[in-house]
Design a protein around this ligand. Structure first.
Ligand code: SF4
Length: 379
């Protein structure tokens, strides 16, 4: 092992977690309010090439001060990162890892890449593996083709199964499947079938999200309404079902087999530092939250940043609580938090929503069901 790298590892000199955003999708889903742009097949190569060049300019702008250090985790999300071609995937990782002196990607504990089934091929998966990607996150959302159509997804269940099986054959041993519940028209039985379909494949990690109808989405424009009671029933069912099938809930929406919890996301929930690159990406360094522009033209022209927010100690504590309580292991309560929030914490304990164990504050089972109400108390 190279001496510099060895010293860096021994000294624990890691750069924070790194997030890279790829904002292109084949089609905008009906519920999507992420920073993503629909892009036609014939324009993908050209647009993605331009975008990757801008990304490398952002790497050059922000990474030199961290040369020779290794990221603790890397997460390539979107959008649809799997829309990138094989050569674009290579280009992205080559450019990124150039900043980490004589790196070996196998030293980075977790490199995640998000995929959508319609845009992945065996060859792209092999390329990801060659570049050290050791965790895949696949957007399945439902095991029902009618629901996938309703959501505006491009893939069907068959596409997903082909993608999952190919990834396994190529040797990916840490796969997350994303699922959505609380979809108008979806029954509890239908949700059960989706969960059952997922666990039968034996993925290491499952994320479940309640559909939200956000302003600016097709669902919002169409006035789609949700039923909160069905939503709660589906969530409660999923917690029980996944637990019975060996998936431990470590965060409000996330379930994993032992030791397959997502390291990158745990860092977010612990309010750790991270660097975000790409359109709309957010970084959190030394108490400052830096948000990149969401305007693609500005980004391509090298105008990366749009907002910088300084956190005062009180905002930081309230953020620590709202993020840390998402983890089922809870968060250690500092004297400052006790002093500042004791009345609110006590009220929530009296309502049976929070509990304290060995100086850790946690949501109770009831608190998990009403997590948003608990978080509002700390705003
Ligand atoms: S694939 Fe994901 S990011 Fe792209 S439009 Fe659909 S929900 Fe949004």
């Amino acid at each position: 092992m190279n001496a510099d790298r060895k010293n860096n590892i021994e000294a624990g000199r890691l750069v924070p977690a790194i997030y890279i955003h790829i904002p292109f999708c084949r089609k905008k889903c009906n519920y999507c309010d992420f920073v993503s742009t629909q892009i036609d097949a014939d324009k993908t190569t050209d647009c993605a090439d331009k975008y990757l060049k801008a990304l490398t300019r952002e790497f050059a702008y922000r990474l030199p001060s961290t040369v020779y250090r290794l990221p603790s985790t890397v997460y390539v999300g979107g959008g649809t990162p799997s829309l990138l071609s094989e050569s674009q995937i290579k280009f992205l990782f080559e450019k990124l890892f150039n900043y980490f002196h004589n790196y070996e990607s196998s030293i980075i504990p977790e490199i995640t890449f998000e995929l959508n089934p319609e845009s992945i091929t065996g060859q792209k998966l092999k390329t990801l593996k060659d570049y050290g990607v050791n965790r895949l996150s696949i957007g399945l959302q439902s095991f029902d083709d009618d629901i996938l159509k309703f959501l505006g997804r491009v893939h069907n269940v068959k596409d997903f199964l082909r993608c999952y099986e190919t990834a396994r054959k190529i040797g990916f041993m840490n796969i997350n499947i994303d699922l959505i519940f609380g979809i108008p028209g979806q029954t509890l039985e239908n949700w059960h079938r989706t969960l059952n379909g997922a666990i039968k494949l034996n993925p290491e990690h499952i994320s479940i999200y309640s559909l939200t109808i956000e302003n600016g989405t097709k669902f919002f424009e169409n006035g789609l309404q949700k039923d909160d009671d069905t939503d709660a029933d589906m969530y409660e069912f999923a917690i029980r079902f996944l637990k019975e099938n060996g998936y431990h809930q470590y965060e409000i929406s996330n379930f994993a087999k032992p030791s397959f919890e997502c390291k990158h996301n745990i860092n977010y929930w612990k309010n750790g530092e991270y660097l975000g690159f790409g359109l709309g990406a957010v970084s959190y360094i030394k108490g400052r939250r830096i948000k990149n522009t969401e305007n693609l033209t500005d980004y391509l022209n090298g105008k990366f940043r749009s907002e910088v927010e300084e956190r005062n100690p009180e905002q930081k504590m309230s953020e620590d609580l709202m993020l840390g309580l998402r983890l089922t292991s809870g968060m250690e309560i500092s004297d400052n938090i006790k002093e500042k929030f004791s009345a609110r914490i006590n009220n929530l304990k009296n309502d049976g929503l929070l509990k304290e164990q060995n100086n850790f504050l946690k949501l109770t089972d009831k608190g998990i069901m009403f997590a948003n109400c608990v978080f509002r108390e700390f705003l």
